[in-house]
Design a protein around this ligand. Sequence first.
Ligand code: GUN
Length: 278
Amino acid sequence: MTIIDGKKLSNEIIDSLTNECIELKKIGITPGLAVILVGNNPASATYVNMKEKACKRVGINSFKYHLNEDSTQKELLDLIDRLNKDDKVNGILVQLPLPSHFNTDEVLEFISYKKDVDGFHPYNVGLLSLGLEGFKPCTPYGVMKLLKAYEINPEGMNACVIGRSNIVGKPMSMLLLNSGATVTTCHSKTKNLKEITLQSDLIVVGVGKPNLLTADMVKDGAVVIDVGINRIESGKLVGDADFDGVSKKASFITPVPGGVGPMTIAMLLSNCVEGAKK
Ligand code: GUN
């Protein structure tokens, strides 16, 4: 069994992006990422700070905007409009979830698809579903990079994605499908989850429930990618898979923390640098 080291690969990607930023600066280009946080969700604030710090580390200019919890849809759209037109900004990220009075779909569509480093704009979602080049959502994109680094080729595999969110599950299924896997997307309404996971060569789980995936659900030798991040009562961070049990069955498994998490940020930075180069 191999534990997939996302921290190591993300550090390698970050080092290579740092070098790319040095080269870009020589020709007068500094990538810029605008990060918008609305309201006071503590987890969102933590993620935004991590993203800002990571930008500084590689030499991307980061521009942080913090709107009040009670700011309006129009205020947010006006800010995005300015950033869409700002040449110093190559990437725009609105941290989700937004407070409930916002229309998230309208916000995501309002971001220029050329600056949509999260890959959430309908145009980029369309490109992904057509298998064409475009910005890819950072978490599933990071999973694909991890698979590649460990020479795990999804082509021909039975893959099961548990979770159907627009951020992880759906784009993950699409990327695996595009790479030749036979994909089953499972979710809270799926009736025969265990039957499906037991047939799967590759399982990606990302629903936010500790111990959702247990050893009895995993075929011997399966690859298990855990996208969950849950803080349990003891204060410990765990994924959605029971790591101790599942790792006895799996051929490869990602730990939490140190698996997919660090890759998400690395792919965000990579999308920003790609955006600046374009
Ligand atoms: N909230 C949880 N994950 C993400 C993400 O990848 N991007 C944004 N913008 N918000 C998120």
